[in-house]
Design a protein around this ligand. Structure first.
Ligand code: GDD
Ligand code: MN
Length: 415
C-alpha cells in the first residue's frame, strides 16, 4: 500500500473549540470544507466519499475537501477511510482518540479545515448528497447559513416511528420555549445537515454538547441571512443510529447553557410582544363571551340542561374557532399574510386547535379542581381557569402556530 501523504491525515486540534479566520490565501485555495463525523460507519464510508466526490468534482474541481472526523470507532472506520485517501485526493481523515461526541467532532473538523464555506453532514447516507449543490448555491448567493430542512416544502422523513416524530417535535417545542430567539429562527433547528460561512463563526468559542451543533451555530454565530432547502431524511441502510436517551439530556443541558450564557431570548419584550398579547387577550375575551353564551345555552337548566363537562367542551371548541378567526385576521395578521393560502391557514388552525385543546384539558382540570376542591362558584372557577390558560395559549401559539423563521421565502428551493 503506497504511503499516505501526512497532509491527508489530520491531527486532532485540542484546546478551546474555536474556528480561526482564514489566514492569507493558501496556494491551493479550498472554497468548501465538508465535515463528516463518523462513529462505526465502516459499511457506509466508501459509498459516501465516492458519491460526494462524484458530485463535487465537476462543480468545485480541486477546491473542496471532505474531512472525516472519526472518534476511534471500534469498527475501525478510520482505517477504512485512510485506505480511500489515495483514490480520493480531496479526502482528509482525522482520528480522534482523546475526545468523543458528534458536535465537538464537527468543530474540530472545522478548526482543521481550509475552506471559506464550512459544512457538515452525517456519514450514513441518511442525508442525500444531492442537496449539497442547492446549499452551496444558496451560500454563493450570499447566505451566512444554508440548512437542509425536513420541515419546509419538499422536506420530510421517510419511515420514522410516531414516537421518533413526537420526540423530535417535542424537543423542538422545548427549544422554542427555552430559546425562542435562537431555536425559533429556522424551521428545522435539529438538522444535522448545513453549511455556514467561516466568517460567521470565526473567533467565537463554541461549546456544543451532544448532537445539536446547528443550535450552537445559531446561538453564537453572527448569522443574518439564512437559507433553507427541503430534503427527505432517508432510512439508514447500514449500521445503526447512535442516538440514545443521553442525547436528549445533552440537548436540554445545551439549551440551558446557551440560555444562561447567552441571554438571547431572556429579554421580556422579546418573550412577550405586548401589542400582540393585548390583542390576543381581547380576542380571548370575545372567546370568553362566546364560551359563556354557548355554555349557558347548552348547560343551564332553563335551556338545554346538558352535562357540565360536555357543554364546556362544545362551548370551548366554538370559542376556539372564534378566537382563531380573529387572531389570524388581526392579532397575527402580519404573520398570516406571509403564509398565504387555505392550506397554510388550515395548518395554522390545526396547530392553534391542538395547543388550545391542551389548554382545554388544563382548563377542565383547573375548573374541576377549583369547583370540587375549593368549592368556588362554577362561573368564577371557569373565569380563573380561562385566565391561566390564556397565558399558556398565547405563549405557545406565538411560538408554534404563528411562527415566522428568519428565512426569506425567496431562498426556499425551487418555489
Ligand atoms: N465523530 C463522531 N463521534 N461521530 C458520531 C458520534 C460521535 O460520538 N455519534 C454519532 N456520530 C456520527 C454517526 O456516525 C453519523 O455519521 C452521524 O454522526 C449521525 O449520527 P446518527 O446516530 O446516525 O444520528 P441520527 O441519524 O439518529 O440523527 C441524525 O439526524 C437527525 C435529523 O437530522 C443526526 O444528524 C441528528 O443530529 C439530527 O437531528
Ligand atoms: Mn443517521
Amino acid at each position: 500500500m503506497s504511503t499516505i501523504p501526512p497532509s491527508l491525515l489530520l491531527s486532532a486540534p485540542s484546546g478551546v473549540l474555536q474556528v480561526s479566520p482564514l489566514e492569507a490565501p493558501s496556494p491551493l485555495p479550498i472554497r468548501f470544507s465538508l465535515i463528516i463525523p463518523t462513529y462505526n460507519e465502516r459499511q457506509n464510508i466508501e459509498a459516501m466519499v465516492a458519491h460526494l466526490s462524484q458530485l463535487l468534482d465537476p462543480v468545485l474541481p480541486g477546491e473542496y475537501e471532505l474531512i472525516i472526523v472519526d472518534d476511534d470507532s471500534p469498527d475501525r472506520t478510520w482505517e477504512v477511510a485512510q485506505t480511500l485517501l489515495v483514490a480520493f485526493p480531496q479526502l482528509r481523515v482525522m482520528r480522534r482518540q482523546q475526545e468523543r461526541g458528534l458536535s465537538t467532532a464537527v468543530v474540530r473538523g472545522w478548526q482543521a479545515a481550509q475552506g471559506e464555506i464550512l459544512g457538515v453532514m452525517d456519514g450514513d447516507l441518511q442525508h442525500p448528497p444531492e442537496v449539497l449543490l442547492q446549499l452551496l448555491a444558496a451560500m454563493e448567493r450570499g447566505a451566512d447559513l444554508a440548512i437542509a430542512s425536513r420541515h419546509v416544502k419538499r422536506g420530510g422523513v421517510s419511515r420514522w416511528s410516531l414516537l421518533r416524530r413526537l420526540l423530535s417535535r417535542g424537543a423542538q417545542v422545548v427549544g422554542l420555549l427555552l430559546l425562542p430567539g435562537v431555536v425559533g429562527r429556522v424551521s428545522d433547528p435539529m438538522s444535522g445537515y448545513f453549511l455556514v460561512s467561516r466568517a460567521a463563526i470565526a473567533e467565537r468559542e463554541l461549546q456544543p454538547t451532544g448532537y445539536k451543533i446547528l443550535i450552537e451555530v445559531l446561538g453564537r454565530g453572527q448569522i443574518q441571512e439564512i437559507a433553507e432547502v427541503g430534503y427527505v431524511f432517508l432510512e439508514r441502510r447500514e449500521g445503526e443510529s447512535k442516538v440514545t436517551g443521553r442525547q436528549y439530556l445533552d440537548y436540554l443541558h445545551h439549551l440551558l447553557r446557551l440560555r444562561l450564557t447567552h441571554g438571547r431570548g431572556g429579554r421580556f419584550r422579546e418573550l412577550i410582544p405586548l401589542k400582540q398579547f393585548l390583542r390576543f387577550g381581547l380576542v380571548g375575551l370575545s372567546g370568553v363571551v362566546v364560551d359563556m353564551v354557548v355554555l349557558y345555552l347548552l348547560h343551564d337548566a332553563s335551556t338545554l340542561g346538558l352535562g357540565l363537562t360536555r357543554s364546556k367542551i362544545l362551548a370551548a371548541e366554538v370559542a376556539i374557532i372564534n378566537n382563531f378567526f380573529w387572531n389570524d385576521a388581526w392579532t397575527f395578521a402580519d404573520v398570516a399574510q406571509q403564509q398565504r393560502g387555505g392550506v397554510a391557514r388550515f395548518r395554522r388552525f390545526l396547530k392553534f386547535n391542538a395547543v388550545c385543546l391542551v389548554g382545554l384539558v388544563l382548563n377542565v382540570l383547573l375548573l374541576n379542581l377549583l369547583f370540587n376542591q375549593l368549592q368556588l362558584h362554577y362561573l368564577l372557577a371557569n373565569l380563573i381557569a380561562i385566565a391561566v390558560v390564556t397565558l399558556w395559549n398565547f405563549w405557545v401559539n406565538l411560538k408554534l402556530s404563528w411562527r415566522v423563521t428568519a428565512v426569506k421565502s425567496s431562498t426556499h428551493n425551487g418555489s
